[in-house]
Each structure stands twice: as structure tokens, then as C-alpha cells.
Ligand binder design. Sequence first.
Ligand SMILES: Cc1cc2nc3c(=O)[nH]c(=O)nc-3n(C[C@H](O)[C@H](O)[C@H](O)COP(=O)(O)OP(=O)(O)OC[C@H]3O[C@@H](n4cnc5c(N)ncnc54)[C@H](O)[C@@H]3O)c2cc1C
Length: 367
Amino acid sequence: MTTDTTTDTTTQVLITGSGPTGLALACDLALRGVGVRVLERRSGAHRESRGKGLTPDGLEVLARLGVGERLTAVGSDVPVLRKYFDGAHVSDTPADGGGLLIGQWQVEEVLRERLAGLGVRVEYGARVTGLAQDPAWVTARLADGREVRARYAAGCDGGRSTIRELLGIPFEGYTEEKPTMVVGDVRAPGLSRAYWHQWFSSEGGGILLCPMPGTDTFQLQAAPETDADGEPLPPTPEGFQRLFDRYAGIPGIRLEEAGWLSSWRVNVRRAARMREGRVLLAGDAAHVHPIAGGLGMNTGIQDAAALARTLAAALADPAPAPGGVLDGYEAERLPVAERLLADTAARHRRVLAAVREPGRGTEAGMR
Ligand SMILES: Cc1cc2nc3c(=O)[nH]c(=O)nc-3n(C[C@H](O)[C@H](O)[C@H](O)COP(=O)(O)OP(=O)(O)OC[C@H]3O[C@@H](n4cnc5c(N)ncnc54)[C@H](O)[C@@H]3O)c2cc1C
């Protein structure tokens, strides 16, 4: 039986993180009748576009959780990719692959609604800072001193995972020293919302504006501005406008910042292990990689499906053998993470090469 256990300190599975991975895992477990709690350090839900695409595989997993129709109602087809080079319109490329364009916050909202319908609410302002394990239980300590005990715990707490660190699991791979992209959500009154605009330049660099469905905003991605020494500058609304003027050069379009701006650097890393005792990792906590191809959120959602199956089986076994069913999760998902890192690093290189040619753009990373 699933319950909202915010006043109880014990549950079957404790999930840290309410991104797409943690929420998909919580829904899947709740649908299987497993008691779950979801702890989230943020004070409330966000509205950041971030991971903006569901692949057919990701959508299929979510449809099994009962949210397929809702997601397709909120999202849209990926629009035509309109490519410009040195300010001139060069080509239009239909998006292929059958994916759904949708903001990450909208995916999370749909999953949260589903979860609430199953009797579970995300617990905000709950930052996990400590973990202890014995042969039967995991105990998580929160920043405010509370403790929560569970039979199993899942670290779905993103690329800078506290859970992974607390478990002492190395995050193997590399991080590029400098941010290579600024990202954010903006309004661009007057700019057509029929296209994913992609401006590139013979000098290198560029700016992309993708219209996000169900909103009046675009997701902006651009090469960062640099200072006199060539060092990348952090994102600012004024900087977004300067980048737009430089690469798109459409007089009269004024960008308005819409609540999210960030910078992004290349990370190609995966956890050396996905389990330590009764605690398992999923999503960005277990693997981070270039966004070319839009596979991060989707892979996390697929991790969640495998982890829900694993945990439900482990909980159903009154005397599980050490490792046993739990080892199957890592055996299934670690090779996927390994392939994902190599695949997305290659897609990233293809995009970087393609955008130097007039008429080409992010479609180079889609296959
Ligand atoms: C510009 C951009 C575009 C992208 N495009 C795509 C795309 O098209 N398709 C795609 O699949 N992916 C895309 N991604 C990647 C995608 O955003 C990530 O892979 C995805 O967010 C991973 O989900 P997650 O749930 O594993 O982690 P996260 O979304 O990072 O969620 C982790 C959660 O854990 C919480 N948390 C962290 N630490 C703690 C703690 N100690 N205690 C409690 N809570 C904690 C955080 O607040 C957060 O809410 C994109 C990313 C960016 C930046």
C-alpha cells in the first residue's frame, strides 16, 4: 500500500531527488504497491526548460506509468530546424526521430501529478546530508537534523550527487575546464515560434532559440561571451542580448529573461558502481555526458524503470541473497551508461564539426 508518509520516519524506498529520474522511479514503485518517500532539497518545483526532449524510448517508459497522453498533450513535435550562417537564412531541416518537445519542468509536473494521485507528495526543503546502513535498513540524515529509515534508498540527486559522494563511489571520466555554453529561458517577442532557430558563424560560435510548447518562452543555448583574456563569462540577460545581436542580428527583437540562466560545460563521467549495499544510483547521479542527441533525461527515466523492477523484486523476497537481484540492476544499466558516454561524446564532436558548415546544425547529433 502506498501512503504519504511525511509524518512517519520509515518507508520501503527512500528516493533522494525529484528530477525526472526520481519522480519516474517513485511513480513506478507506487504503482507496484511499494511505499516510497521522495526528498527534494529545493524549496518548491522549478520551471526550467533544461532537458527539453523525450525520445520514443523515454516516452514509452512514461506511457507505462500512465502519463503518455498527458505528456503528448502538453508537448509538441520538434519544429523545423531553421539554420542561418553569418546572419543569412541557409536551410530548413525537418526534425526526425519522432521525439516530443517538452520542457523538463513540464515532464516533472506531469509526473508529480501522477504521483500525488497515487498518494505520494514530494517533500521539499529536505536536503539529504548523511547516510548510514546496516544489514536491514538505510538511514538518511537531513540537513535539518531529521532522520528517515528505509529498506532501500535511491540516489536520483543529479550530476553532483551527494548520495554518490556519501557512498564513496568514484565518478570516473573527465570534465572540460571551461564552460562551453550558456543556457536559459527567454521571451523573444516578434521572433517566429514556428522554428528552432539556429544561427552559426564562420568565426565559430552561435546562438540557438527553441520555442518551448505551452509557454511564450524559448530555450536559449549559445557559445558564451569571453573577456579580454578569452575566458568565458557567466550568463546574464544583457549578455544574452549581446549574443543574439551578434549572431542573429535581427533589429528590434529584445530578449526578456524568463527565470532560468545557467552555464554548461562538457562532462563525460559515470559512476564506477551503481550500488553500495542497499543504496542504488540512477540518472545523472550515475552518468553525465554531452547533451547532443538529448539522451540524459531519457536515460535516467529508463534507469528508473529498471530500478523499480529491481527494488520491487528485492522487497518481495523475504530472504534476499547478498547481492542477488540487486546486482542485476548494475549489470543491466552500467553497460548502457558506458555506451551512452561514448555515443554522446561522438555526437557532440559531430555537432561541433557540422556547425562550421553553412546549413548544418544540431541534427548532426541526432543519430
Ligand atoms: C540545456 C540542456 C538541455 C538538455 N536537453 C536534454 C534533452 O533534450 N533530452 C534529455 O533527455 N536530456 C537533456 N538534458 C539533460 C537533462 O536535463 C538531465 O539528464 C536530467 O535533468 C537528469 O535528471 P535527474 O532526475 O537524473 O537529475 P536532476 O534533474 O538533476 O534532478 C536531481 C534532483 O535532486 C535534487 N537534489 C540534489 N541533491 C539533493 C540532496 N542532497 N537532497 C535532496 N535533493 C537533492 C536536485 O535539487 C534535483 O531536483 C539537457 C540538459 C541541459 C542543461
